[in-house]
Design a protein around this ligand. Structure first.
Ligand code: ATP
Ligand code: MG
Length: 430
């Protein structure tokens, strides 16, 4: 019979191994601790939603909805999609669960996987993870400043202080159409130099020519009109107020007049967090976000303003300071020298683990030398040896693998759990 072929993961879907999940835990833990101090509560959202939610919220003409969504018909014929982002879901939940009825204000954050069918490369996957937060019901510039300050403090806390904040204002329903027209005119005048995608964008969504990655388009877009010059007075005032509050708290940012976001729903404040640090390469955006005052209404709710951001956990882990070079090995590995010693070894391991000590236990049937080799390979600090002599005496031999010292007949197998744990901790520290 032929050997079955191994099954690989789907393209763009990857495994996150313990060395990386440890970093993620630190990043997520810091977010949970810090977002709480700004009043955010955690929300756990479904991964699958109706496709229509994203078509309406993210926008029919965005890359995400047009070509990147994992969307399919379910057995009952509803069109569903793996979420490409979470803002739409947060707003849906906010409306569906009646959070809108309080004083319309809500502060919610989430952590979880998102799905986009993009070309996989370093820092770009088809399943990736985000930490994000949404603030609903706030129109005032203080809200924008609070959100940006939170991001800054968080990045500093997790050792990603090198990441920069890029800021822009995109205008609102009053002034954005004016800017859109100016861009369209500019693009039409430079049509020959723009890529076919940008030709399409000019018709449907001219703002998107600003973040085209094609070098020829980039060169042209350098000279394009900027949103700032088209802002109406209330938008200009709002932007100035956000900046003044950031300046007051000494939050560094760079105004990038060509910054637009991939999603249609942003108005006024838009921002991105970029890192030039090693490792990210072309995928240098660690996160982004902005204000989406029309989104709640677009999803069938009342006219409630909102704003939010999302940080890419996969990329953040590449730029943030690692917690420790290597995961710690177990405190001890228990080594039964013969089959008779397996049950007492298991008993000892259970009692130590119940006390919260990380310990391993090996199968019998190998020489002491081989077992000690295993223990140092696992980077254990102590080896606990259980052979015939030890069983007879009721005391295990403990070898300190760091100092190589033997403590014969030392560990009393009949001692209480806490006593055993204390003894082991002291021994490991010795
Ligand atoms: P990019 O310009 O890199 O495509 P984006 O503007 O599409 O990013 P957002 O929708 O703003 O990204 O999502 C916020 C963050 O989520 C990004 O800054 C990035 O860190 C992360 N992210 C987005 N798409 C991916 C992906 N395919 N793989 C890994 N991380 C991603
Ligand atoms: Mg993208």
């Amino acid at each position: 019979m032929s050997k079955p072929a191994p099954i690989a993961a789907i393209r763009g879907f990857r495994d996150v191994l313990p060395d990386e999940t440890r970093r993620w835990e630190a990043l997520v833990g810091a977010a949970r601790a810090m977002f709480g101090t700004y009043g955010f509560g955690e929300i756990e959202l479904p991964v699958l939603e109706r496709s229509e939610l994203f078509a309406r919220a993210v926008g029919e003409t965005t890359d995400i909805v047009e070509k990147e969504m994992f969307a399919f018909r379910d057995r009952d014929d509803t069109s569903v999609a793996l979420r490409p982002e979470a803002t739409a879901g947060v707003v849906r939940a906010y409306l569906q669960n009646g959070l809108v009825h309080d004083d319309r204000q809500a502060r919610l954050f989430y952590v979880g996987p998102m799905f986009r069918r993009e070309r996989p490369q370093r820092g770009r996957y088809r399943q990736f993870h985000q930490i994000g937060a949404e603030m609903l019901g706030r129109e005032d510039p203080l809200a924008d400043a609070e959100l940006l300050l939170l991001i800054r403090r968080y990045l500093d806390r997790v050792g990603a202080g090198g990441a920069r904040l890029e800021l822009n204002s995109l205008g609102d329903a009053t002034c954005r159409p004016v800017y859109r027209e100016r861009l369209r005119e500019f693009g039409t005048a430079h049509l020959a130099g723009l890529c076919p995608d940008c030709h399409r964008r000019l018709e449907r969504n001219p703002l998107r020519i600003l973040d085209c990655k094609v070098p020829g388009c980039r060169a042209i877009v350098e000279r394009a009109p900027v949103a700032r010059d088209s802002l109406c007075a209330p938008c200009a005032e709002h932007f100035a107020a956000v900046r003044a509050l950031l300046d007051q708290e000494r939050v560094a940012y760079h105004v990038n007049p060509r910054l637009v976001r991939g999603l249609d729903y942003y108005v006024r404040t838009a921002f991105e967090i970029v890192s030039d640090g090693e490792g990210l390469g072309a995928q240098n955006a660690v996160g982004g976000g902005g204000r989406y005052d029309g989104l709640v209404a677009m999803l069938g709710g009342p006219d409630v303003p909102g704003l939010g951001f999302a940080l890419g956990l996969d990329r953040l882990a590449m730029v943030a300071a690692p917690p420790a070079a290597e995961g710690p090995g177990p405190l001890a590995v228990i080594l039964p020298l013969e089959t008779r010693a397996v049950a007492p070894a298991f008993r000892l391991a259970t009692r130590l683990r119940d006390e919260g000590l990380p310990v391993g236990v090996e199968p019998a049937g190998r020489s002491l030398k081989a077992l000690l080799g295993v223990a140092s390979k696992r980077r254990a600090r102590l080896a606990v040896i259980l052979g015939a002599d030890e069983l007879a005496a009721g005391r295990a031999t403990v070898r300190n693998l760091v100092s190589s010292a033997d403590r014969r007949q030392a560990l009393d197998l009949d001692a209480s759990g806490p006593e055993l744990a204390r003894w082991m901790r002291d021994e490991a520290a010795a």
